[in-house]
Design a protein around this ligand. Structure first.
Ligand code: ZN
Ligand code: ZN
Length: 258
């Protein structure tokens, strides 16, 4: 068992050869892939892939970069599309103050509307956060006070302190290929100490190809390389790590078991 908790199979670079990419992933032991939405115009295609492929599931959501372009996507719209049997999570949503492609106040409002959809549906939130630790932690915990909701911090690159806050809120933490980069010493230190029962792995394909594929278009088969690196880093066997992270994936995204 091996689960890629975050990929974009309908993005340019992957969508053109989706079936070959899925075959390569299955050949390397990948048994589950979560196809993530970032804007409304791709929801249909993202869901269609999940309808066609038994080991692919979908999310609906608006990336923080896209918040300005989607003032009409509210909690009700998210809930409506999340009723689809292959939609197992809400996101990706969150805050990105590194690129600031959307107004920060709009990013925050969009983030809160996604959280409300999670609270109503019970589906997990897929959180994107970059250079916005403080506001992300504040919103997650403030919203938790209105009623619990599950979730994951995807492509985790934040501080150890933020990891501890997310864990305390019950969140899972998903590690991408960035952990294999030589420059990622702080992330490696944090990833080495995260509790195994809260850990997920992902590619964020087509982005962030791990060592030894750097420079290539990322694809879900590469999650095997990240899992191997992470297992070595943590002193676990790759079987232990892949099984635990896949079990965690299906526990968090419980609708995948329906
Ligand atoms: Zn992201
Ligand atoms: Zn993503």
């Amino acid at each position: 068992m091996l689960a890629d908790s975050h990929c974009h199979l309908n993005y340019k670079g992957l969508v053109e050869e989706q079936s070959a990419i899925l075959t390569r992933a299955r050949d390397r032991g990948v048994t589950a892939m979560l196809n993530i939405s970032t804007r409304e115009s791709e929801w249909d295609a993202v869901i269609a892939t999940a309808e066609r492929e038994p080991d692919v599931w979908a999310t609906v959501g608006i990336h923080p970069h896209e918040a300005d372009a989607h003032p009409h996507i509210d909690t009700a719209k998210l809930i409506e599309r999340a009723r689809h049997p292959r939609v197992v999570g809400i996101g990706e949503s969150g805050l990105d103050y590194y690129y600031d492609h959307s107004d920060r106040a709009r990013q925050q409002a969009s983030f809160r509307s996604h959280i409300a959809a999670c609270r109503e549906t019970g589906l997990p939130l897929v959180v994107h956060t970059r250079d916005a630790e403080e506001d992300t932690a504040a919103i997650l915990s403030e919203e938790m006070g209105k009623g619990a909701y599950p979730g994951v911090i995807h492509c985790f690159t934040a501080s150890g302190d933020f990891a501890d806050k997310a864990l305390a809120l019950g969140f899972y933490i998903s590690i991408s290929g960035i952990v294999t980069f030589k420059s990622a010493k702080d992330l490696q230190e944090t990833a080495a100490r995260l509790p195994l029962e809260r850990l997920l792995v992902e590619t964020d394909a087509p982005f962030l190809a791990p060592v030894p594929h750097r420079g290539k278009t990322g694809e879900p088969s590469f999650v095997a390389d990240t899992a191997k690196f992470l297992a070595d880093l943590r002193g676990e066997t790759v079987e232990q790590l892949t099984q635990a992270t896949a079990e965690n994936f299906h526990r968090l995204f419980a609708k995948t078991r329906a």
